[in-house]
Design a binder for this molecule. Structure first.
Ligand SMILES: *Cc1c(COP(=O)(O)O)cnc(C)c1O
Length: 388
């Protein structure tokens, strides 16, 4: 049996006609840049994310960069984030000219720990004249960038409370979390100043290439991002700001609008598969070897990834690969230990929960079209490994 980590083909087959018609319409119009399809998608994704404004951009990475630029974050500034995330989270902070500062994760959810944030600020930062300074680097701490990893929102209530208390802006990296909710039904992207979504093909709402969006409830920030997206030109060819080309293609937008209508069904499929795994792992009595993901009480976890902690993770992964089961490690090297961030001066042991997660976690196939036979095969294959 083959169980790929992700196979987008069965999903495409269910809507191929509708997508091809939408693409054909754009081809007929020959309007490829910022057309009506982009506007429509911006309105529907913003509403879906409980925000008033959506700014379609070229990728999730560019959404993060644009958000940082719109908030005026640059040289001399610092942004606090999680070291256990995709590279773009901290990569964009550095590209904006600011310094990434890391706080460790909660070992249960893998998301930024509110307690670690408080401890970090108390120990390593000080207030000086209305500003929060990072003592080690002298940088002004301007923003917090929590990540809603794997499709579950970070613990936003206490994180927002800390951010408000210290005057920090909040940029949510919601690349993996479109439609994820906390227990009060508040959605990813709607908590902070700006939420950043990715439509990379492996995300729950995936384009036919790269695409992303910034969502916000702040009209002035929305306007600023819309201008920065087109090189900062407003009116065209008159530049009060230096922006970039961060535009979303019309072709991608119309594909995404067709798919957005089906997103809740796909999410339900992922949740069903996650529940199947949870029950099957319980039945297999692998508690010593495997820890299944924890969805916090009452939240809407959208399971962009179903990630277990596993004893002998790398050997288990090899066993699964040999048995035809696709897996992935998100992410094998925490960001504070990446070579390109050596200048930050972090070392092994600085963020033990992130380092442990990097060594123990493994993502299993969870996409909606998987059959129960396939899911059971994955669990049986894992059980067989530990019973060898
Ligand atoms: C995918 C992802 C991004 C980047 O999105 P792209 O569209 O690939 O540029 C950023 N942060 C996280 C957590 C992601 O998973």
């Amino acid at each position: 049996m083959q169980v790929p980590l992700l196979d987008l083909k069965p999903q495409y087959r269910t809507m191929a006609g509708e997508i091809q018609a939408a693409i054909e319409k754009v081809c007929e119009s020959q309007q490829f840049i910022l057309g009506p399809g982009v506007k429509e998608l911006e309105a529907s994704v913003a509403a879906y994310s409980q925000c008033r404004h959506g700014i379609g951009v070229s990728s999730g990475t560019d959404a993060l960069l644009l958000a940082l630029m719109a908030l005026g974050i640059g040289p001399g500034d610092a942004v606090i984030t999680s070291p256990f995330t995709f590279f773009a989270t901290a990569g964009t902070i550095a590209r904006a000219g600011a310094r990434p500062l890391f706080c460790d994760i909660d070992p249960v959810t893998f998301n930024l720990s509110p307690a670690a944030l408080e401890t970090f600020i108390e120990r390593y930062c000080e207030r000086r004249g209305g500003e929060l300074l990072h003592r080690g680097s002298g940088a002004r701490v301007r923003a917090l960038m929590p990540v809603h990893l794997y499709g579950q929102v970070a613990d936003m209530l206490p994180l927002m409370e800390s951010a408000r208390r210290y005057g920090l802006k909040v940029i949510e990296d919601a690349a993996q979390a479109i439609g994820a909710e906390d227990a009060e039904h508040k959605r990813a992207g709607s908590f902070g100043d700006i939420g950043c979504l990715s439509f990379f093909p492996t995300k729950n709402l995936g384009a036919f290439g790269d695409a992303g969006m910034c969502v916000t409830n702040d009209a002035a920030l929305a306007e600023r991002m819309a201008v920065l997206r087109v090189h900062g030109g407003k009116p065209k060819y008159y530049h009060a700001l230096i922006g970039g080309n961060f535009r979303l293609d019309e072709l991608q937008a119309v594909v995404l609008s067709v798919k957005l209508k089906r997103l809740d069904d796909w999410t339900a499929g992922r949740q069903r598969n996650a529940a199947f795994y949870d029950a099957a792992f319980r039945r297999a009595r692998l508690d010593e070897a495997v820890r299944t993901p924890h969805a916090c009480l009452g939240v809407r976890h959208i399971y962009n990834q179903y990630v277990i902690r596993a004893r002998e993770r790398d050997a288990l992964r090899a066993h699964l690969t040999a048995a035809g089961v696709g897996t992935e490690i998100y992410y094998p090297v925490p960001l504070h230990l990446q070579q390109c961030f050596a200048y930050l001066g972090c070392k092994v042991g600085d963020y033990p929960q992130s380092e442990r997660a990097a060594a123990e976690t493994l993502a299993l196939p969870v996409y909606p079209e998987l059959t129960e036979v396939q899911l059971q095969y994955v669990v049986d294959t894992i059980a067989a490994y530990y019973r060898l």
